[in-house]
Design a binder for this molecule. Sequence first.
Ligand SMILES: Nc1ncnc2c1ncn2[C@@H]1O[C@H](COP(=O)(O)OP(=O)(O)OP(=O)(O)O)[C@@H](O)[C@H]1O
Ligand SMILES: [Mg+2]
Length: 437
Amino acid sequence: MMVWSRFTDLLLGRKPRPQPIVALDVPQRPSRMRAATSRLPRFKGEASDLERPLRGRDGPVDQQRTRLQRAFTPSQPVSDVRMFAGRREILLSLIRAIEDQQLHAVVFGDRGIGKTSLLHVFAQLAREARYIVRYTSCTERSEFDATFRAIAADVPLLYHADFDPTSEPAERGAALDTLLPERELTVATLTEVFAKLSGTRLLIILDEFDRATSPEFKRSVAELIKSLSDRSIRVQIVIAGVAANLTELVEHIPSIRRNILGLPMPAMTREEMAEMIALGEAIGQMSFEPGALDDIVAAAQGSPYVTGLLAQHAAARALDREARDVAREDVTEAIRRAMRDVWVRLSPRSQQQVETVEARLPMPEIGRIAADGLAHFGVILDPADATSQFDPAVRVAAELGILRPTVVGDRKAHQFADDSVALYLWLASRVGGRASA
Ligand SMILES: Nc1ncnc2c1ncn2[C@@H]1O[C@H](COP(=O)(O)OP(=O)(O)OP(=O)(O)O)[C@@H](O)[C@H]1O
Ligand SMILES: [Mg+2]
């Protein structure tokens, strides 16, 4: 069967795109193998469950489990707008910054606060508005040359003012990267190429910007923002990353301060977390009892990651007992399960510190400092005036090495040496102690 796109590829002399695989010859698993594994724990569903629509012949529990896997995905950013809760204000500010003010934008906030989810939804809205959107996740090794060549490779030449859409290279599907010199890419050369964009606008999203370690990369991106702004070029950059403030994320901010909008990503409100759960309820076809919802919201402290994690564990627990209503006891067990998830990620040293602090301080005190840390990027400020009494719980945690001294601006403070310790201790305080039961 010749698919239309393949036909046009051939007609236009384009290299055919890889074809979707229609049928796969997957060998059936021999029943001997099944027998051999019969003594072992089994997967509850099949890998294809997550990809395919529900099947009539699935049992109700299997169907339910499949739905649930789609309802809350704490380990992945939201990619489907139907799953996106709240965040209307920051989304609107981002759209206004790009569309009305023609600024570049920097979204910053804590880990797991929902930056990537926001950017995915924003990208989708921008594509609907006919922007060319190029999303890139930065890595430790991100460099200017490779990053921006790859971006240019996704912008069709037909948007370059010097190329008629019917010209041979444009027809061939060539992209802007073909115009870049072989020598190391500079901000000036890239700006020249971008300056010729016409008939569209290009949005470049650089997520996880905090992970990039090269100062030259960060400096070049700042320079690029400056030079794009100075010449009103149709390319805008949106940067996102983990940071407490703008300057921490982007170097050389003073020179581009007027050209960017900084958007701090706040904790979710109660309503936003409730909306997240309501969306999951609809997709998962489960319902959360009001008390259960309150418990999740209280434990999540505005973090969509923790909201999703607890909702997922709680709904799975309800399903284990073949119930459709998630009860408060499911949430308590979910908190314990989440604690176990976090525990295994702690270093042996952190695990030992946690055990010691639990023995030395009352749980509510531990919960108090953990909540303080979670709300402020792991930082707890010392008393402003040196004569006031030092928080005894902070002192103990510092002695144990859970907190270490730091400085914020000109204020002395203490910071959790490991973010996950703060989360673990906070969750522990919600259920009155260890999860090892
Ligand atoms: N607006 C939202 N609606 C529903 N779920 C959300 C929303 N925002 C975030 N989440 C959920 O919260 C979790 C964390 O979100 P996300 O990965 O977007 O955060 P992040 O800030 O990019 O995290 P990181 O700092 O680790 O990159 C994901 O499971 C995602 O599904
Ligand atoms: Mg992210």
